[in-house]
Design a protein around this ligand. Structure first.
Ligand SMILES: C[S@@+](CC[C@H](N)C(=O)[O-])C[C@H]1O[C@@H](n2cnc3c(N)ncnc32)[C@H](O)[C@@H]1O
Length: 295
């Protein structure tokens, strides 16, 4: 890896680390999409530098700093840990979140929907009631609270561990007055009606899970796997959501690659598939009325 007895500038260290990532055929997609960004993120973390500010790429690293960098690089290359779990942080909708293996690394395209004023789905609603079903570490719920000051957000998950991380993120962002966390298997412990239900549930099918890169196996499998066709949770959501949506309420769910299986299983439902400028697909919108379409 990086040699301690040579003069090494930060910029060169990043390039060498990126080469090593490429040679090891790492998987990107838990926060970055290329070797250079991934290497920068990890080395800046190793050096205690902010990933937000432009670093001095000509800065010379001393032997002790190079050793610290090598320790971090080994975690990424040998153990295939996602960078977010190594650094303990991840970004979603422009916000920093604590991230560890209690919940998936945030990466949903729903960030763009939230940042783009919900693509107009909440227009005219000053204090919308929003439910983030399957909240994991709470990133979607918290981003919603930032996006709409008046929003009243409920965030639920079946995993107590994920909710513990979500609670830390709620505290970090000081949104306790807006975001309520509920321990619940889907809708089981939820009450009331919502103007918008957002969800990035588990939706990976059995064949995909077997083929997934090692990085995914560090994440809680409860957050990924959803039966033979990836639709176990979504089926229940489609059936129960009308009872939890206001009259004009909408359900927005990410199903990724399981979109084809979903359309085949529910041919009578008029799924509207959202388009994203910053990547991602397989996110549908259905209104409460559409969900009530008879088969
Ligand atoms: C794909 S992760 C999404 C986490 C977060 N929303 C995000 O976008 O990063 C799915 C989450 O669903 C939760 N989950 C799995 N089965 C569930 C169930 N039956 N009811 C509620 N939550 C469930 C998992 O614990 C996990 O946190």
């Amino acid at each position: 890896m990086l040699e301690t007895d040579k003069k090494l500038q930060l910029g060169d260290a990043i390039r060498l680390a990126a080469d090593a990532f490429e040679a090891a055929q790492l998987y990107y997609g838990h926060g970055t999409d290329n070797a250079i960004d991934e290497a920068s993120w990890l080395l800046l973390h190793a050096l205690g530098l902010s990933p937000v500010n432009e670093p001095d790429y000509e800065m010379l690293l001393n032997a002790e700093q190079i050793i610290r960098c090598n320790e971090i690089l080994a975690k990424r290359i040998e153990r295939r840990q996602p960078a977010a779990y190594i650094t303990g942080e991840a970004w979603f909708a422009g916000l920093r979140f604590k991230s560890d293996n209690r919940a998936l690394v945030p990466r949903s395209p729903l960030a763009e929907l939230i940042m783009e004023d919900f693509f107009g789905l909440l227009s005219g609603k000053e204090a919308p009631r929003i439910l983030d079903l399957c909240t994991g570490g709470g990133c979607i719920a918290i981003a919603c609270a930032y996006a709409r000051e008046g929003a009243i957000v409920t965030a639920s998950d079946i995993s107590e561990q994920a909710l513990a991380l979500a609670a830390e993120n709620v505290q970090l962002h000081k949104v306790q007055s807006q975001v309520k966390l509920v321990h619940s298997g889907l809708f089981e412990q939820l009450n009331g009606r919502f103007d918008l239900i957002l969800s990035n549930p588990p939706y990976v099918d059995q064949s995909d899970i077997n083929a997934m890169a090692k990085e995914f196996h560090h994440e809680p499998q409860l957050g990924l796997v959803a039966g033979e066709d990836g639709l176990d949770l979504v089926r229940n959501m489609l059936a129960q959501a009308p009872d939890y949506l206001s009259d004009n309420g909408m359900l927005v769910v990410e199903v990724g690659n399981s979109a084809t299986a979903l359309e085949a299983a529910f041919p009578h439902l008029p799924f509207l598939w959202l388009e994203f400028s910053h990547g991602g697909s397989g996110v549908f919108v259905l209104t409460r009325q559409e969900l009530l379409t008879p088969r």
